[in-house]
Write a protein that binds this ligand. Structure first.
Ligand code: NCD
Ligand code: ZN
Length: 353
């Protein structure tokens, strides 16, 4: 008999963009329905570079949770991150550790992606901050792409491993690293075989689609994110890593809302808005290789284990109900087109059990 329901420990999202203001209010409920906690990315404008900024942002996130969700018993804990810059001081890392609200520091190579202009231009300028992170067991989340224009956009992650990540880990072997939203076979193999404290998050889009999705019958901006989708061989390697039962790979949606008008334009923004159907999309990917029994550990166990946080205790249910991601979502005066728009889904998130 085929499985009709699926109960699992409530998951967390270990890589999420919530934005701010009206957009935050519009998108937060989707994540809070499914996930108990999320690592919230700091690439606001201006970026979240201090514990003071992170504390204020965490308060805005908590205040944005709608009353009706709270009345339904929904709780949501934002796990905050600091945006690493060439100027981040070791003292700020210490304050972050002492604050108890900051769980990680995010490295964006300057110019790598959305709102990364203030990112790191040269990691050698961050030695003091990195030393303080290593000493305090503070996680470094890495957007792993080189930014040189002479490197092909499809090669930027693999080149980053050799040119930046391996030398960085050589200098700071005890630094706890999450290689974010990996997209290549090379990244999966590197993380799997590396010794020491390194793990990786994987998004639903990189498990479900290869780069053909960007060009199916015409240009498809809603499948465009960074790092960009790669060839099928890479998707298969990521799917094998996610479903292989290794605690080094866990869930991070990288849900990154951009208004429809900012995506469907001559120079569209990078980012897929996956929050509304995040678990359904992961279930679809895992079911495609008959590995639904591996989803719970990937989504709910390995992330908190790596971050040294307790696992959630609530349970949630998914049911086998065909649905279609069929309408753009009104948000902040415009619309958001969710990842998988127009596609059928086999599973439906039902909520807590
Ligand atoms: C993210 C965003 O829009 O903030 N975009 C994306 O394509 N993933 C930034 C990021 O995580 O690279
Ligand atoms: Zn991201």
């Amino acid at each position: 008999m085929t499985l009709q329901h699926f109960v699992m420990t409530q998951p967390d999202d270990w890589h999420l963009h919530l934005r701010d203001g009206e957009m935050l209010k519009a998108v937060l409920p989707y994540t809070a329905r499914q996930f108990a906690r999320a690592i919230v990315m700091p690439n606001l404008k201006p970026p979240v570079t201090t514990v003071g900024h992170a504390t204020a942002y965490a308060q805005r996130i908590r205040a944005a949770l709608p009353t009706e969700l709270i009345e339904q018993g929904v709780t949501f804990e934002p796990l905050m991150t600091l945006y690493l810059t060439d100027q981040t001081a070791a003292e700020e890392i210490q304050r972050a550790k002492d604050s108890g609200i900051v769980q990680a520091v995010k490295l964006y190579p300057a110019g790598a992606t959305t709102n990364s202009e203030s990112g790191v231009t040269d990691l050698n300028r961050c030695s003091k901050a990195l030393e303080a992170m290593q000493k305090n067991a503070m996680v470094l989340c890495i957007h792993g792409e080189v930014t040189h224009q002479d490197i092909d956009v499809f090669d930027r992650e693999a080149v980053f491993i050799d040119r930046v990540l391996i030398p960085l880990r050589h200098r700071f072997p005890e630094l706890r690293i999450v290689f974010e939203h990996i997209t290549t076979r090379q990244a999966a193999e590197y993380v799997q075989s590396a010794s020491g404290p390194i793990a990786a998050t994987i998004t639903p889009q990189h498990l479900l689609y290869n780069r053909n999705a960007l060009f199916q019958g015409g240009i498809r901006p809603h499948y465009y994110c960074l790092p960009v989708l790669k060839r099928e061989v890479h998707r298969q390697a990521l799917l094998a890593a996610a479903t292989g039962g290794s605690p080094k790979f866990f869930l991070g949606t990288d849900s990154a809302p951009h208004e429809q008008a900012a995506k469907e334009t001559a120079c569209g923004c990078a980012g897929c808005f996956s929050a509304p159907f995040a678990l359904e999309l992961y279930a679809q990917a895992f079911a495609s290789v008959d590995a639904l029994d591996r989803l719970e550990a990937f989504a709910s166990f390995y992330g908190p284990d790596f971050y040294g946080l307790p696992r959630n205790t609530k349970k949630i249910k998914l049911s086998r109900v065909a649905q279609k991601i069929s309408s753009p979502i009104a948000a902040a005066g415009g619309f958001l087109v969710p990842l998988g728009f127009g596609e059928p889904l086999e599973w439906q998130f039902e909520g807590p059990t």
